[in-house]
Design a protein around this ligand. Structure first.
Ligand code: PHE
Length: 343
């Protein structure tokens, strides 16, 4: 019987069949069970040895079935593994990595440079009041300078900020106490998105980024302004940048300037990209108007300061040689994913 079990087990290949074999020997009506049941008809002395034999056989049968079961399960696993697609876990993988927007890259770089020079970085709302955007900046209602920025007004009388200068008043108020009580200079930059109702072309967008900067202390002069701008821009472009100031008009600065930088291509010699002038217009700036200081709670007799409104969008275009401003807001990954942080 034992040999028979062995050979039947050896022939079977699947688990249901194996269970049938088990039942045929060890089940209620199985042949080994029948042998045990038949014992009661045997004479006493035979029953003892026979019983021991049958019990041994039962145990061996159970063990053989157990072993075959484990074997078949293992086979099943191997078969499934063989069916799975093959992976080479050592082959290199090309991961599609995300990338930062060029404006984010330039903004972060400027933030790093200015914070290393002791400037605080401020965040500011995109929806502001007429007071913040104009009146606090020495632009009263009906002032013709309002036409310089074609502003989006909201139904509730608020507006989308048309320049980051809209945060100047709040910044002066926030840090003015420290200046007056402890003599801590006000040094802050505030990057942000600005909106103007401009017709869109390669150089104009209705949505763009600026980074405003202010510094107020005793005896701040135009040379401080020039120094900070020159240092910052030389860092951004990784080369020595020359700057020059031309007069410019903004009601919240006096005097006001347009800051130009030496052409990035020709370095000032004159080439087609700077229209042979050697200079590129980059950043409006100036000395903060006394009325603006006063409105911010700072005595213009005691303190002076400068402000600048760096066009981050323009800076990113210059730094990365982007020809069309519309690419920056396009959401086109093909256009935008080619820029990397050069650190
Ligand atoms: N806010 C001005 C603009 O966007 C730029 C500016 C900022 C000029 C600070 C002077 C000082 O046109």
């Amino acid at each position: 019987l034992k040999d028979e079990i062995k050979s039947r087990l050896g022939e079977t290949q699947d688990l249901t069949d194996l269970d049938k074999i088990r039942v045929s020997y060890l089940g209620k009506k199985g042949s080994i069970t029948a042998l045990l049941k038949g014992m009661k008809d045997l004479p006493n002395e035979e029953r003892k040895t026979f019983g021991a034999e049958v019990n041994k056989l039962k145990a061996q049968a159970a063990q053989l079935i157990e072993e075959r079961l484990a074997e078949l399960k293992e086979k099943e696993i191997q078969r499934e593994i063989a069916l799975m697609p093959q992976f080479d876990i050592t082959s290199p993988v090309a991961l599609a990595r995300g990338s930062y927007h060029p404006i984010t890259l330039v903004q972060r770089e400027c933030e790093k440079i200015f914070s290393s020079m002791g400037f605080n970085i401020e965040d500011y709302s995109e929806i502001v009041t007429d007071y913040e955007c104009f009146e606090a900046l020495n632009i009263p209602k009906h002032h013709p300078a309002r036409d310089m920025q074609d502003t989006y007004y909201l139904d509730n009388g608020q507006l989308l900020k048309s320049h980051t200068s809209a945060a100047q008043n709040a910044i002066l108020k926030k840090y003015g106490k420290g200046l007056i009580e402890n003599g801590t200079p006000i040094k802050a930059i505030f990057p942000g998105r600005c909106f103007r109702n401009e017709a869109t072309d390669a150089c104009h967008e209705n949505t763009f980024f600026q980074m405003e900067g202010v510094m107020v202390d005793k005896d701040i002069s135009i040379s401080n302004l020039i120094y900070f701008m020159k240092t910052m821009l030389s860092e951004v472009f990784k080369k020595d940048i020359k700057v020059r100031l031309r007069p410019g008009f903004f009601p919240f600065v006096e005097p006001g300037f347009e800051l130009d930088i030496s052409c990035l291509i020709c370095g000032g010699e004159g080439c087609p990209s700077c229209k042979h002038s050697g200079w590129l217009e980059l950043c409006p700036c100036g000395m903060i108007h006394p009325n603006v200081l006063r409105e911010g709670g700072i005595d213009p007799e005691k303190y002076t300061g400068f402000a600048f409104g760096l066009g981050l969008t323009r800076l990113a275009m210059m730094k990365y040689g982007i020809k069309d401003i519309r690419d920056l807001n396009s959401g086109s990954l093909k256009a935008l994913s080619q820029f990397t942080d050069d650190e």
